[in-house]
Design a protein around this ligand. Structure first.
Ligand SMILES: [Zn+2]
Ligand SMILES: [Zn+2]
Length: 336
């Protein structure tokens, strides 16, 4: 992937963007939309190098509803039986409402990840906003208020951020730079990232996408590492997640696999990704613990990964491992 991503992924995407902008006069330029609603305007010219021969797997969970909080203790106990860590993407408002399960997860050694204060476009907490349409001031509130809640209720300030609904916006980079403790984000799908599965530092200095796609503001932080999410082997436009895989009645694109099929896809994905040495997946806890069969299948999946050579790590630990060898703009002498 490293040697071929430029020709295999990036060039065709740029071509599609250019053609779309040329043939759709009067419409908002596709390139402009991508810059506003992604981090594509901030791509560096090279992804980060795999640091060593260790195969790293991050199991992350996004808790968007109280029903996810309600099963967190059971999930922590399941992971404890396996001896495996979790990265827990927590919504500030839900932590404030019911902090004890999150404190339990933290005490068991799991990581808490900032998933915003109100999760814009959440039907219960904040139906009226979408993350990629927020002003910088609102983004600052969403990230900062959540950091304060974690600090007050749990005694920690998370080092990672995951965008609600993965609705990245370029504006968030400079806002995230105001939070010195935040070291990484995980908000892009590996198969739709022009840089593929490998982590990268969104760069303020690089302009290789051309002027259309690089309105990167000076002062944007460049040492924030992006950890892409791994896709379903059968559906490259969807992450390997429980909503896509097994959710009942979740709308279009959800529940695409039987439980048995999903478990088999897990094994296939781990085999497919061995050369990359990195898998990042996310699940909704209320899906994993919806019934005894699903819970048992998930536990088998965790144990299969561990017995087939994958080391489970938090995203924070993975970010630090890649940070050691990744080519950041500062390292290559480019100042922002
Ligand atoms: Zn979410
Ligand atoms: Zn699928």
């Amino acid at each position: 992937m490293r040697s071929s991503y430029r020709s295999a992924v990036r060039a065709p995407i740029q071509t599609v963007i250019n053609v779309a902008d040329a043939v759709l006069p009067g419409h908002r330029p596709v390139s402009g939309q991508l810059v506003r609603r992604s981090l594509w305007g901030a791509l560096p010219s090279t992804p980060a190098a795999r640091p060593d021969t260790i195969n790293r797997l991050a199991i992350t969970v996004d808790l968007d509803y109280q029903k996810d909080t309600d099963v967190l203790v059971r999930l922590v106990d399941l992971m404890g039986r396996c001896g495996a860590p979790l990265s827990v993407a927590a919504v500030g408002a839900l932590v404030e409402a019911d902090p004890d399960p999150y404190a339990y997860a933290l005490a068991a050694g799991h990581e808490i990840v900032n998933h915003s204060m109100t999760h814009p476009d959440n039907p219960i907490l904040n139906l009226d906003e979408e993350f990629w349409n927020l002003t910088k001031e609102r983004i600052r509130e969403e990230i900062g208020q959540a950091q304060r809640v974690y600090e007050e209720r749990l005694g920690i300030r998370p080092v990672g951020f995951r965008t609600p609904h993965f609705k990245d916006t370029h504006k968030m980079l400079s806002v995230l730079s105001e939070f010195d403790e935040i070291r990484y984000l995980s908000s892009v799908l590996a198969t739709t990232s022009p840089l593929g599965a490998e982590p990268y530092f969104p760069s303020a200095a690089d302009r290789t996408w051309g002027q259309q796609l690089s309105p990167v503001e000076s002062g944007d932080r460049v040492e924030l590492l992006q950890l892409p999410l791994t896709a379903c082997p059968s559906h490259r436009w969807s992450p390997f997640c429980s909503w896509h895989g097994i959710r009942d009645g979740g709308g279009q694109g959800s529940g695409m696999h039987s439980l048995a099929e999903w478990e088999a896809l897990w094994a296939r994905m781990l085999t497919d990704r061995t050369d990359d040495g990195l898998v990042v997946v996310y699940f909704d806890p209320h899906d994993l613990l919806r019934d005894a069969d699903t819970e048992a299948a998930f536990e088998r999946m965790v144990r299969l990964a561990m017995s087939s050579g994958w080391e489970l790590h938090t995203m924070a630990d993975i970010a630090e491992a890649y940070r050691g060898l990744a080519t950041s703009p500062e390292r290559s002498g480019v100042s922002s």
